[in-house]
Design a protein around this ligand. Sequence first.
Ligand code: PEP
Ligand code: MN
Length: 361
Amino acid sequence: MENQSSLNELLGINTPEYKTFLVAGPCSVESEEQVMETAKGLAECKVNVLRGGVWKPRTRPGSFEGLGMEALKWLKQAGDAVNLPVAVEVANAEHVEMCLKLDIDVLWIGARTTTNPFSVQTLADSLKGVDKPIMIKNPISPDVELWIGAIERIRNAGISKIVAIHRGFASHKKSAFRNIPNWRIPIELKREMGDIPIICDPSHICGNRDLLLTVSQEAIDLLFNGLMIEVHTDPDKALSDSKQQLTPTGYKDLVDSLKVKKRFSDDKEFFEHINDLRKDIDKLDNDLIDLLANRMNIARQIGSYKRLADVANYQPDRWDEIIRSRTKTAADKNLSENFMLRVYQLIHEESLRQQEPGMPG
Ligand code: PEP
Ligand code: MN
């Protein structure tokens, strides 16, 4: 992800410039004091925008759903007190209208809303003629097209200041993350929409404080343009997302520990080393492609014998055996079993496709 020279400038935000664009604040605005105290704590740290949720999209009814318009006023008031622009999540036209009434600086579309094109279109219609930065979180599922579609709907409404937010993806798999980062999806978004800056929301990826620094650093290393981090004066008592919020001090420590690396180096020795090694990689990649082509060729021959003998292409016992033996061989060579599993799943899927004449690629 190319480092934007200045996200502040692009978004028309008048706060000091840091190497990383920083959005921070509570998951939910809970009271006038809570948001004011958090804002004052954050004013001592590096931060560009104060965030706070006032309409909370909760998975189950009965959880804290935000305090609406009243909380929006407290958020704006806290931002004004410390000279920070404020950002809030909007999910429908009524929310947009209330934000415009209070001149909220930045609006964002949450993951659950991005998932639904009808909702995004309603929001886009309500934003026509509005000159405010709009941040668009990825949809709940790892579907880059749905994310791109939401960005296009907002852009087609005439909004020019758009930022994407990567907040991870829900998964049925057991994981250390609340929402699996699946970095290839934001990388794919960047490839398709190179002009859209992307920031990362490690709070909703992690779901707990322990992994926050690792994930934030990973995002910085992948050249994300900024971070959105949840900060609360008393996280353990927070009414939503208490496990993942940081105190302002915790936030300061995290931001101070981040290392922003350079994009390039023109050091001659570095360049020579890298170039030599890249030549080796190029050669190995050619070999890999040859090997894969040979393997597919053999898979097709097996397919013809199966067809002649009227035997099913999918052979579960053989497939189990391949997975077992290949992941073991890989582990012996210090390769991750999970990585090898994913590689072989792709190879197997392609082999089956090649054995089924007429299956589109
Ligand atoms: C939030 O930012 O508080 C939030 C609800 O996030 P998401 O839409 O990513 O779940
Ligand atoms: Mn939250």
